[in-house]
Design a protein around this ligand. Structure first.
Ligand SMILES: [Zn+2]
Length: 334
C-alpha cells in the first residue's frame, strides 16, 4: 500500500510554531526537514508527498530521492518550561507566547544541536494542486485528523479519491500546450471541444532518445498495455509535464505501442484508478484489437507516479468514456 504524507510548507512569516528557524522549501521540487520532526525517518522513496500551507493543497508529487546530511541547528524554547512549542506573535508584545505553559517572553531560550537533515526530490512527478483541496479537506484525509504534526501520514487511496472528486484537476493544468496553435494554449484553461472531449495535454516527444532508451532498458520491448512489441513500434509516452527537458524520469512515462499511444493521448484508452484496469471507449470496442484491452490490467507494474498521472488522465477524459462492463464481447466492425 502506498503511503502518502501531508507535509506543511509555510513561509517563516506564517509559521505558527516558533521552535525552529524554518526550512528551505521549493514545494514543486524539494521538501526539507530534519530529525527534530516527528515521523522524520518514516517517509521514504516511492511515497506520495502532498504539500499544503494550512489553507490549501499546493501540489502532489512522488519522492524519487531523499538526500541526507547534517548541520548545526539552533533550537528555540520557552525559557519557563523549556519546551519548543511557542508562538511568535506579529503585533503583540512580548513577542512570544508559550503554547504549553502560557509564559510570555521576548527572547526565547536557545541551544544549538547537530541534526540529521533530509531533503526530498519529487519534482519529476509533481502535479500542481493549488486550490483543489482546502486545509479542512486535507486534515480529514490524514490518519489522525487532529494531528498538529508537520509531517502527517495519510492513505494515498483516500487522497487520490479526493483529488479525483475535485473539479479542478485536469491534464490541461499541468503545463503549456505544445500541440497546436489554439489561442487557449498555455493559459492552463480547459478547452471544451465537440463531443464532450477535452483536449489532452499529455506531452509527447516521439522517439526522444534517452528517455525512451531508459524505458526500453527498464521494461524491455514491451507495450505497457498490450504486451511485447518491436522497439520500432514503441513510443515513450510522457505522463506529466516537465520543466527541464533534459531530465526525463522513467517513472513519469510508459512505453506504449504507437497506435495505443495515439488513442491514449486522445483519451480513448484510459486506466480507471478505482479498478486499476484499462477502459476503452465505445468506438474502440468495435475493434477486436482494442476491445480485448478493455478490463485488462496494465502489463507493467505501475508505480505511484504512474497512478497519479493515469488518474489525472482518466479524470480528464472519463466524461467521454461510456462505461461498458468489462468482459462483454462486442461485435467486430464489418
Ligand atoms: Zn512554556
Amino acid at each position: 500500500m502506498t503511503t502518502a504524507w501531508l507535509v506543511l510548507a509555510v513561509s517563516d512569516d506564517d509559521r505558527q510554531h516558533g521552535g525552529n528557524d524554518g526550512y528551505d522549501d521549493d514545494p514543486s521540487q524539494h521538501y526539507s526537514w530534519d530529525d527534530t520532526v516527528p515521523n522524520h525517518g518514516r517517509i521514504a522513496v516511492g511515497d506520495v508527498i502532498a504539500l499544503w500551507d494550512k489553507k490549501q493543497l499546493l501540489g502532489v508529487g512522488v519522492i524519487s530521492e531523499i538526500e541526507t546530511g547534517s548541520q548545526t541547528k539552533t533550537l528555540y524554547f520557552c525559557p519557563e518550561c523549556k519546551r519548543a512549542d511557542f508562538k511568535r506573535r506579529k503585533r503583540l508584545t512580548p513577542a512570544c507566547r508559550c503554547n504549553q505553559c502560557g509564559a510570555l517572553f521576548d527572547v526565547p531560550g536557545s541551544k544549538t544541536r547537530q541534526v540529521v537533515t533530509y531533503r526530498s526530490r519529487h519534482g519529476e512527478a509533481w502535479m500542481d494542486g493549488r486550490g483543489l483541496l482546502t486545509g479542512r479537506q486535507l486534515r480529514a484525509l490524514c490518519d489522525s485528523p487532529d494531528s498538529q504534526l508537520s509531517m502527517r501520514p495519510a492513505r494515498w487511496e483516500k487522497l487520490r479519491d479526493a483529488l479525483l472528486a475535485t473539479e479542478g484537476l485536469s491534464i490541461e493544468d499541468l503545463g503549456p500546450d505544445d500541440d497546436d496553435g489554439d489561442d487557449a494554449a498555455g493559459t492552463g484553461r480547459r478547452r471544451p471541444i465537440a463531443g464532450g472531449h477535452r483536449m489532452a495535454n499529455v506531452r509527447t516527444r516521439v522517439g526522444q532518445g534517452p528517455f525512451r532508451k531508459q524505458l526500453l532498458k527498464d521494461h524491455g520491448q514491451m507495450c505497457a498495455f498490450t504486451g511485447p512489441a518491436p522497439a520500432g513500434a514503441l513510443q515513450a509516452a510522457h505522463l506529466y509535464s516537465y520543466a527541464d527537458e533534459e531530465e526525463h524520469h522513467d517513472w513519469g512515462g510508459l512505453l506504449l505501442r504507437n497506435d495505443v499511444h495515439s488513442l491514449f493521448d486522445r483519451g480513448q484508452i484510459v486506466v480507471n484508478p478505482d479498478t486499476g484496469r484499462i477502459e476503452v471507449d465505445d468506438e474502440l470496442l468495435g475493434y477486436p484489437l482494442y476491445a480485448e484491452l478493455h478490463g485488462r490490467a496494465p502489463l507493467v507494474g505501475l508505480r505511484p507516479e504512474h497512478q497519479v498521472w493515469l488518474a489525472a488522465h482518466w479524470r480528464t477524459h472519463r466524461t467521454a468514456v461510456v462505461s461498458v462492463p468489462a468482459g462483454r464481447v462486442p461485435q467486430p466492425v464489418s
